[in-house]
Structure formats: C-alpha cells, structure tokens
Design a protein around this ligand. Structure first.
Ligand code: AMP
Length: 121
C-alpha cells in the first residue's frame, strides 16, 4: 500500500483541520498555506500521482474539483476567483505521493508559476 502522511490524516492518526469529508473524499487546510485560503482535496483511495490515475478513478478525481468549488463558495471566495493545482512528480513539485488538489484563494495569484531549481543526477 502507498502509505503517506495523508494516509494518517485519513485514518485520523494525525490531526488536520478538516473542511469536508465523505466516503470518497477528504478536504483539509494545508499546514503551510500559500494564500489566505489554502486547502487540499484528496481521494481516500491512495493514488500516488496523476500518472497512476486509471479510468476507474475518473469519477472521484473529477469530484475533487467539485468539492473544491463548493468549499471556496462556502468561504465566500468563489466570485473573486481562485486556483486549483495538482503537482506531479519531481518537476511538478510533488512532495506527498498521494494525489491532492491544492486550492488557493483569497488573494490575486501570479502566473506563470516561478521556475524552481531542481538538482539533476
Ligand atoms: P505537494 O508539494 O504538491 O506534494 O504538496 C504537498 C502539500 O502538503 C504541501 O503544500 C504541504 O504543506 C502539505 N502538507 C504536508 N503535510 C501536511 C499535513 N500534515 N497537514 C496538512 N498539509 C500538509
């Protein structure tokens, strides 16, 4: 099994500030927020990266966006706009290998994203 820190958040063996939960999906505030509202929406199924998504996962992966929009609307930040991001592997900046949709809201966000320096070899 692909066990990560998010497995422990799902199992409630470590605490998180949970914003939404059902049988398939969990949303909780990011511990290192990059915007006034920054939370993560994850499937409870431990899918490591976007590369590991199969057709059987399409329904729950789509649900991540729907739940994200509902939470932002509840927080009164939907009209101003917000950003969702799902990082993949090293170049994408992924650090936790359980897919998660970042949701950032509450301030204007720059585009394009900054260029990170990644050690090669
Ligand atoms: P990524 O770099 O896209 O894999 O994002 C991982 C995110 O998980 C980062 O924004 C971290 O701040 C966040 N994170 C790591 N551990 C926790 C935790 N225990 N509770 C909430 N967010 C976390």
């Amino acid at each position: 099994m692909n066990e990560t820190i998010f497995t422990h958040i799902i199992n409630k063996s470590i605490p998180a500030d949970i914003l939404y939960e059902d049988d398939e999906v969990l949303a909780f505030r990011d511990i290192n927020p990059q915007a006034p509202l920054h939370f993560l929406v994850i499937p409870k199924k431990p899918i490591a990266t976007i590369n590991d998504i199969t057709p059987a996962d399409y329904q729950v992966v789509g649900k991540l966006s729907g739940v994200a929009a509902e939470i932002v609307a509840q927080q009164g930040m939907a009209e101003q706009g917000f950003r969702t991001v799902m990082n993949c592997n090293e170049y994408g900046g992924q650090t936790v290998y359980h897919i998660h949709l970042h949701v950032l809201a509450g301030k204007p966000l720059g585009w394009p994203p900054y260029q990170a320096t990644i050690k090669q070899g």
